[in-house]
Design a protein around this ligand. Structure first.
Ligand SMILES: Cc1cc2nc3c(=O)[nH]c(=O)nc-3n(C[C@H](O)[C@H](O)[C@H](O)COP(=O)(O)OP(=O)(O)OC[C@H]3O[C@@H](n4cnc5c(N)ncnc54)[C@H](O)[C@@H]3O)c2cc1C
Length: 441
């Protein structure tokens, strides 16, 4: 085998996937993670949705993983994975079905913890992956190229390729030049709660979501998980801290959102403690704009793009990047050509979730960062598509495909979708209760 050793820094979603992908291509993969397995990051206890694109990659990289998740209680998509019942309030309309493309399977829903536990278990079964419980302190190398990493324990591991999958904060903090960074400030405050799932909840919807609107900078989501539970989460922009006292949470869910649907899940005792998390900004590291490529080094996952979590894209973006990394290694090996090609190719994958999420974040004048030109017009059009998606199958399919990273954003501008948006997407007339109808969206 031409590639003797790869070091993967970080045992999160990106690092575990990278270990699996590169173990097929290298003699040995050393996975360095500073926390004991399953190394859950602080946000892991809050609701995490795996998008369809991420679920497909996950099952490609870890065959049988979906079945194992289901054995442990993950909730399957329902009898027809192309038509998933939902209550999705957005832009003043409610979709009752998420219309997915027919790819032969759907996604199961469960906690982030369960996904990561099963990924760890799968990686531990790969014979040529060696685990190091240690912290990487720097990359080591010569002449601008990386040849390994130094660990806090004092040891050095030589490698043909080092993958930085260390998450938003970077796993290889020094030894590699800093890339240019873009930041989009939103100061989202999350709260989340676990409640029992009951027969007939949400009229049979598998998921529920209430998107933020121009007048109401708050969103809510309910996702089913193992153990017969709902994870109910709220995210508010610009530093608004939602309540955690049960009575106040119920009132908040009923009155403070564009649609009160989630209040019906909060009529029962809260299980476990409420969770909080603050996400201050979307963060993009432009590895593709480095003055000189760094042979022997590639960054993936949140280290490339850490996006506003309310759109549920981070894990799937990481998995799509890692799948692409495998293809790039097949094509270029691990030398200078990979260093030149990989940052651009991975940035291209990160672009869609980055532009979709920051574009929606720029609904608000208070969002900070480089505001794209024409964003207001694009957002107005997207709101039209969303309203059309509530009544038009093609608009629904296009919107779900784009937001699940199964189709490029340009799919929203396909002629049948434009026609549906023009026909069905007009903003509602000023309603009696603008908050409830999300009228301004
Ligand atoms: C509140 C919230 C909700 C979210 N909801 C969703 C959602 O619904 N859907 C979704 O897809 N995404 C969601 N995300 C995003 C998702 O959590 C991230 O995109 C995902 O965790 C990125 O995975 P990663 O492997 O790149 O990084 P991480 O999960 O952060 O993993 C990085 C790992 O590297 C290790 N590490 C770092 N530095 C070193 C070092 N020097 N040495 C050794 N180890 C190191 C860390 O310990 C960690 O285990 C959410 C995020 C937040 C904050």
């Amino acid at each position: 085998m031409e590639i003797d050793r790869v070091v993967v820094v970080g045992g999160g979603i990106a690092g575990l996937a990278a270990a699996a992908v590169l173990a097929r291509r290298a003699g040995e993969v050393v996975l360095v993670e500073r926390h004991p397995a399953p190394a859950l990051p602080p946000q892991a206890g809050l609701p995490h949705a795996m998008l369809l694109s991420g679920a497909l990659v996950l099952n490609e990289l870890f065959p049988g993983l979906d079945e194992r998740l289901r054995v442990r209680g993950a909730v399957p998509p329902g009898p027809d994975p192309t038509h998933v019942p939902c209550h999705w309030a957005a832009a003043g309309a409610v979709r009752h079905e998420l219309r997915f493309p027919d790819v032969g399977r759907g996604r199961s829903l469960c906690s982030r913890e369960l996904i990561q536990q099963e990924m760890w278990a799968a990686v531990e079964r790969i014979p040529n992956v060696r685990r190091e419980h240690d912290t990487v302190t720097t990359a080591v190398g010569r002449g601008g190229a990386v040849h390994g990493v130094a660990l806090r324990s004092g040891r050095t591991i030589e490698a043909d390729l080092v993958i930085d999958a260390g998450g938003r904060g970077r796993g290889v903090p020094t030894g590699v030049p800093d890339p240019p960074v873009t930041e989009v400030g939103v100061d989202i405050r999350y709260t989340s709660f676990l409640v029992e799932r009951q027969e007939g909840d949400l009229d049979g919807a598998v998921v529920a979501a209430v998107q933020h609107t121009p007048r109401i900078p708050r969103m809510g989501i309910a996702l089913p998980m193992e153990g017969g539970l709902w994870q109910v989460g709220f995210g508010a922009f610009f530093g608004e801290a939602g309540p955690t006292d049960p009575a106040e949470v119920r009132e908040y869910a009923a009155a403070a959102f564009a649609d009160p649907v989630l209040a019906q899940l909060l009529d029962r005792p809260f299980l476990d403690r409420p969770r909080r998390y603050t996400f201050r900004s979307g963060l993009r590291r432009h590895w593709e704009r480095m003055a000189r490529p760094v042979p022997g080094f590639v960054a993936v996952g949140d280290t490339v793009a850490s996006v506003n979590p309310i759109y549920g894209q981070g894990m799937s973006s990481a998995l799509l990047q890692v799948r692409e990394l495998g293809r790039l290694v097949d094509r270029y090996g691990v030398g200078p050509s990979l260093a030149a090609a990989a940052p651009k190719a991975l940035a291209k994958i990160a672009d869609a979730p980055w532009h979709l999420s920051t574009g929606a974040d720029f609904t608000y004048a208070r969002t900070t960062g480089p505001r794209p030109r024409d964003q207001a017009r694009i957002n107005a059009y997207v709101s039209r598509v969303l309203r059309a998606a509530a009544v038009d199958d093609r608009a629904n399919l296009a919107f779900t495909s784009v937001t699940h990273l199964m189709a490029p954003p340009a799919a929203l501008f396909a002629p049948p979708v434009v026609a549906a948006a023009l026909r069905h997407g007009a903003p509602p007339k000023t309603p009696a209760d603008p908050a409830r109808a999300g009228a301004a969206a």
